[in-house]
Design a protein around this ligand. Structure first.
Ligand code: CAA
Length: 282
C-alpha cells in the first residue's frame, strides 16, 4: 500500500494527502485546476510549518513530506499504478458517481477505491464500479493531520479483506479506525449533525445568542468548539447537505435542516470558507 491517489485538493483532500505523505506514502494529489492544486499544496506547506514550529516534526520531515506529493490535473494520469484511491471531492452524489465510473475505467481491478464522503451511501457509490467489494468509506475528520478518528464505512458489498487492509492502513497513519455500517450519516454525522441543527434551531427560536449557545457547550460539555463555531468550520453548505441526506434517507423530520441554516446557505454564508457564517471571519 505504497502509492496513493487523493482526488480533491480542498480542505479534506489536502489534509488526507498531507497525512499519507507524512507517513512515507507516495501521493498523487488530483484536482481539476492548477490553481486548486497550488492552493492545496500551500495549505499543506503551512500546516507542516505549524508542526515544525511546535517541534512535532523536523524541517527535513517537512521537505520529505512535500517531496512525497506529486500533483495531477486529470484522473487517468493520477491513478495510474496506485494501490489505493481516496476520493475527497465536493460532497455531491452525481459528481462522486462520475468520478467512480472514471476510476473503474482507469484503475487496475486490484486498486482499492475509498471515498471520504461524510454521508453519501458507499453502497450507492460502489454500484457504478464493476467489483464493488473493493469500495469502502474512509471518513477522515477535519483537521485531518490532527484528528485521530477515521470512520471506516462498509458498503453492502465491501469485503472483509478490504476492510481489514484499510483498518490496518489507518492505524499505520497513527489514527484510530472505527468500523461502521452504511446507513445515512454513518455514526459521526448521525450524532453530530442533529446537535448542530438543534443549536441553530435554539438560535432561530431566540432562546440564546451565538456566543451564549457556544459557551454553554464549550464550558459546560468540554467541547473544543461550540456547535455554531464547529458548523462554520465544517461549512454550512456541508452541514446542510448532510442533514438533507439523512432527512431523505430516513424520511424522518427530526433531520430536517433548520430554516435559518437553509437561508444562510442560500445567502452564501458558508462559514469560515466564505468569510461569514455565525461568526465574521473577514
Ligand atoms: N494541521 C496541522 N496541525 C493543526 C492544524 C492543521 N490544519 N490545525 C490545528 N493544528 C494543531 C495545532 O498545531 C495544535 O497542536 P499542539 O496541540 O501540538 O499545540 C493543535 O492542533 C491545536 O491547535 P490550536 O492550538 O491552534 O487550536 P485549538 O486548540 O483551538 O485546536 C482544533 C484546534 C484541533 C481544530 C480544535 O478546536 C478542535 O478539536 N475542534 C473540533 C474539531 C472537530 O470537531 N472536527 C470534526 C469536524 S466534523 C468532520 O470533520 C467530519 C464531517 O463529516 C463533517
Amino acid at each position: 500500500m505504497k502509492n496513493i491517489a487523493v482526488i480533491g485538493a480542498g480542505t479534506m483532500g489536502n489534509g488526507i494527502a498531507h497525512t499519507f505523505a507524512q507517513f512515507g506514502h507516495k501521493v498523487n494529489l488530483i484536482d481539476i485546476s492548477k490553481e486548486s492544486l497550488e492552493k492545496g499544496m500551500g495549505t499543506i506547506s503551512k500546516n507542516l510549518d505549524r508542526m515544525v514550529a511546535k517541534e512535532k516534526i523536523s524541517e527535513a520531515d517537512k521537505e520529505a513530506t512535500l517531496n512525497n506529493i506529486t500533483t495531477h490535473i486529470d484522473i487517468p494520469s493520477g491513478v495510474k499504478d496506485v494501490d489505493l484511491v481516496v476520493e475527497a471531492a465536493t460532497e455531491n452524489e452525481d459528481l462522486k458517481l462520475k468520478i467512480f465510473r472514471q476510476l473503474d475505467e482507469n484503475c487496475s481491478k486490484d486498486t482499492i477505491l475509498a471515498s471520504n464522503t461524510s454521508s453519501i451511501s458507499i453502497t450507492q457509490i460502489a454500484s457504478v464500479v464493476s467489483n464493488p467489494e473493493r469500495v469502502i468509506g474512509m471518513h477522515f475528520m477535519n483537521p485531518v493531520p490532527v484528528m485521530k478518528l477515521v470512520e471506516i464505512i462498509r458498503g453492502y458489498n465491501t469485503s472483509d479483506a478490504i476492510t481489514k487492509t484499510i483498518m490496518e492502513l489507518s492505524e499505520e497513519l497513527n489514527k484510530v479506525p472505527v468500523e461502521v455500517n452504511d446507513y445515512p450519516g454513518f455514526v459521526a454525522n448521525r450524532i453530530l449533525m442533529p446537535m448542530i441543527n438543534e443549536a441553530i434551531e435554539t438560535l432561530y427560536n431566540g432562546v440564546a445568542g451565538v456566543y451564549e449557545i457556544d459557551t454553554v457547550m464549550k464550558l459546560g460539555m468540554a467541547h473544543p468548539m461550540g456547535p455554531l463555531q464547529l458548523a462554520d468550520f465544517i461549512g454550512l453548505d456541508v452541514c446542510h447537505s448532510i442533514l438533507e441526506v439523512m432527512y431523505d434517507g430516513f424520511k424522518n423530520p427530526k433531520y430536517a435542516p433548520c430554516p435559518l441554516l437553509t437561508n444562510m446557505v442560500r445567502a452564501g454564508k458558508m462559514g469560515v470558507k466564505s468569510g461569514e457564517g455565525f461568526y465574521d471571519y473577514s
